[in-house]
Design a binder for this molecule. Structure first.
Ligand code: HEM
Length: 313
């Protein structure tokens, strides 16, 4: 969005906590079909609960991000602000600037619609990736052989230097990519996706009627023995090119599939590689022996946290 929120400096972020509380409540609603009707939902105490979770704060936060960036954008246009890390050096616009430009140049986006886009990107962009990084670190800590291979690959690409990798170097990290993908297979950050049928669909002699809400349970697809023999085993070789080519393209869908799939998937993998390579180059991860258990939520968090021992290399 082009706005600094200093997430690295604050251990306890109200925004992150609010997102956690809201996603948990949304998941509870998914499991309570009697609350699917908006009429009942708004009458029930759940509405109040979501409010209590901090929904007003969440909306204010996004609105503030938009207001700040709007002001910044106007200052740039009127020549009052020449220094811009996002626009100046890289000559690339932040995503939010593009949205603002669209709306200011006679585009069709209302303030509300801009906020919804900002909410979607901020939510989809941070929680999914951070959870994926946590599960990957967890799996690496439990598989020293796999950790060694990642380290060797990083050494061969970056040697002993401690600078950040370039995009080209990130693309060379093939083994690390297989580890990231395998971790998303075993623990996909988004466990459920929903769709409403726009027309009747025939499956196995049954007619699923138009209007039906369908839920795809991604972990079930990823743990199908026919596609992944020994599905509970963490095995990055599942993503060797020949094995990927032999599978149905929808047998592995951590980023969903079809026209509404994840718009940030390539970015997410690069982001993960950047952070994971940074950690593995400097630290060794060791298993604590404590199993992390996925909890019920719309994001696949661990309900008991991630207990990993870390020592400097
Ligand atoms: C490991 C990280 C990520 C995972 C596992 C993930 C997963 C997903 C999934 C499963 C969906 C589809 C939901 C559906 O079909 O209903 C989705 C949609 C989306 N994701 Fe991601 N995502 C990740 C990272 C990101 C990042 C980094 C961004 C943005 C920078 C992002 C932006 C979006 C957006 C905007 C959508 C909605 C697309 C649409 O509705 O057309 N995601 N993501």
């Amino acid at each position: 969005m082009g706005v600094e929120i200093n997430a690295q400096q604050t251990e306890d972020s109200e925004y992150v906590n609010t997102v956690n509380r809201i996603t948990l409540e949304v998941h509870k609603r998914i499991l309570a079909p009697w609350l699917y009707s908006d009429f009942i939902y708004y009458l029930s105490c759940w509405r109040k609960t979501i409010h209590k979770c901090g929904q007003p704060y969440y909306i204010d936060f996004s609105n503030q991000v938009i207001r700040d960036r709007k002001q910044h954008y106007r200052n740039i246009k009127t020549g009052q602000n020449h220094e811009d890390v996002y626009l100046g050096k890289r000559k690339k616009m932040a995503f939010l600037d593009l949205l603002l430009e669209c709306s200011e140049n006679g585009g069709n986006l209302t303030d509300e619609e801009i906020r919804e886009e900002v909410d979607t990107f901020m939510f989809e962009g941070h929680d999914t990736t951070s959870v994926a990084i946590c599960w990957t670190l967890y799996h690496i800590s439990n598989h020293p052989d796999c950790q060694e291979k990642i380290y060797e690959e990083l050494q061969s690409i970056l040697g002993d230097s401690d600078r950040s990798p370039t995009i080209m170097e990130l693309n060379e990290m093939k083994y690390l990519e297989r580890v990231i993908k395998e971790s998303l297979r075993v623990h996909p950050s988004v466990p459920l996706i929903g769709r409403i049928l726009k027309q009747d669909v025939q499956i196995d002699g049954y007619t699923l009627p138009e209007g039906l809400i369908l839920t795809t349970i991604i972990p079930s697809i990823h743990h199908d023995e026919e596609t992944f023999p020994d599905p509970e085993e963490f095995n990055p070789d599942n993503f060797l090119p020949e094995r990927v080519a032999a599978r149905h393209p929808y047998a592995y869908i951590p980023f969903s599939a079809g026209p509404r799939n994840c718009i940030g998937q390539k970015f997410a993998i690069l982001e993960e590689k950047m952070i994971l390579s940074y950690i593995i180059r400097r630290y060794k991860l060791h298993s604590s022996g404590i199993e992390s258990l996925p909890g019920p939520d719309i994001i696949l968090r661990s309900q008991n946290g991630f207990h990993i021992k870390i020592t400097p290399r």
